[in-house]
Design a protein around this ligand. Structure first.
Ligand code: ZN
Length: 414
């Protein structure tokens, strides 16, 4: 059977291939936001929407919206992002948009108690200017234009100028908030970009929310000296302090349930073979779905770093680089998502999202849930990103079922 409840999942796969051929190639996807290739992808989507009975508009933040009215003006949003990183994969963001398009196409032909809207967010990836979730954060109200005004791309082009070329005025982007004033729910299907579902042998999973993040620079200060003349017991080796601390951070995370702790950058000074290091700076990125757990991880890491520093005779300083609180999805919608996945696949699994998504911005304002589709080998943001077609088909079906359930659920809240 090609179609389940009207959803044509084969057409969705064909459209995924179409847009990959149009705006990708042997080196991967090329749909970086605020470029000609991205605009071409947008035109492709607009042409698809032309064949559907709906209203289409681009908002002040460059987000593309399509609306199919129902009995009530209030609406459920189906979201995604066509933009990619340079040399990106064929599914990141596009699977969301295409599954939303296919579901929107089906629902647009049906009577429904509430309205349904599709959104293609602008610049989810932040690949050119370094600010992720640009379009959705403007709509959500968390974008401060002054914080991004000075951003430039690698060729020195300023963000406000690139936006203007695509009809967007930075200082008006936040006006796009009006788009969600009557929103009842937000639904998104994304690839997992991690290995969990593949390891469980599942094509689709239900996302509980996005991890909170605590990101710090940790600096150890000792005294560098000659590698030959300085006995071991008198050394104040900043690198050794950092290495011991990094291991402690990792071990703490490994003892807990489904959290992350990562040391990404490590810089030492003087970084020569004939001395041990007097300075070592490293990053610590901690993530958890529970705010209390995240706070406890941070407190534990600070304590461990101080203990190690004292034992090694070094000092330690912490500097906050960035933080975001955990964002939890809606219990009722998580339940509906689980039912939808079980109906299509037979069993379901709940998991947190490590990466942030546009859905996290929407969850600040309305009941939200996401589905994840399996990612092969957990690879994403690379041309190797892939998911078997039969799994994509199941994911599209589960997403459509979720949308049908969510529309009925939302109707009770008007
Ligand atoms: Zn994405």
């Amino acid at each position: 059977m090609e179609s389940v409840g009207g959803v044509d999942y084969r057409r969705a796969i064909e459209e995924l291939r179409e847009i990959a051929d149009l705006t990708g190639g042997p080196d991967g996807a090329r749909r970086v936001s605020w470029t000609d290739e991205w605009a071409r992808a947008r035109d492709w989507l607009k042409a698809k929407l032309d064949d559907i009975d709906c209203e289409v508009e681009t908002d002040e933040a460059g987000n593309l919206w399509a609306t199919s009215p129902g009995d009530a003006e209030e609406f459920v949003i189906l979201g995604g992002h066509l933009d990619s990183v340079p040399n990106g994969g064929w599914l990141d963001g596009v699977l969301d948009t295409i599954s939303a398009l296919e579901t929107f196409r089906v629902l647009a032909q049906q009577d429904k108690p509430v309205s349904v809207r599709l959104v293609d967010w602008a610049d989810e990836e932040g690949a050119r200017f370094g600010r992720s979730l640009l379009g959705s954060s403007a709509t959500s109200g968390t974008l401060n234009p002054d914080e991004v005004r000075g951003l430039k791309d690698k060729d020195g082009v300023a963000l406000p100028d690139a936006l203007r070329e695509h009809g967007v005025d930075l200082d008006r982007m936040n006006d796009s908030h009006r788009q969600i004033e009557k929103a009842l729910a937000y639904l998104e299907l994304h690839i997992e970009q991690g290995p969990v579902l593949e390891r469980l042998g599942l094509p689709v999973g239900v996302v509980l929310g996005t991890f909170g993040v605590e990101r710090h620079a940790v600096r150890f200060k000792g005294q560098h000296a000659h590698s030959g003349s300085t006995p071991m017991e008198v050394r104040r080796d900043a690198f050794i302090s950092a290495a011991r601390a990094a291991t402690a951070f990792r071990d703490d995370a490994a003892r807990r349930d489904d959290v992350r702790a990562t040391t990404g950058f490590v810089n030492v000074s003087p970084a020569i073979v004939t001395a041990f290091n007097g300075l070592c700076e490293m990053s610590l990125d901690q993530r958890a779905l529970d705010a209390d757990v995240l706070a406890d991880m941070l407190a534990t890491a600070r304590r461990e770093s101080e203990r190690v520093a004292e034992e090694e005779g070094t000092g330690v300083e912490w500097e906050k680089l960035w933080e975001i609180e955990p964002i939890l999805f809606h219990d009722d919608l998580i339940q509906l998502a689980e039912e939808a996945v079980e109906e299509v696949v037979g069993r379901s699994h709940r998991l947190p999202s490590g990466p942030l998504h546009d859905a996290a911005e929407m969850a600040r304002h309305m009941p939200t849930v996401m589905l994840f589709a399996k990612s092969l080998r957990g690879l994403s943001h690379t041309k190797e990103e892939d998911t078997p077609e039969e799994d994509l088909e199941l994911a599209v079906q589960a997403y459509h079922r979720l949308a049908v359930k969510a529309v009925d659920w939302a109707a009770k809240r008007v």
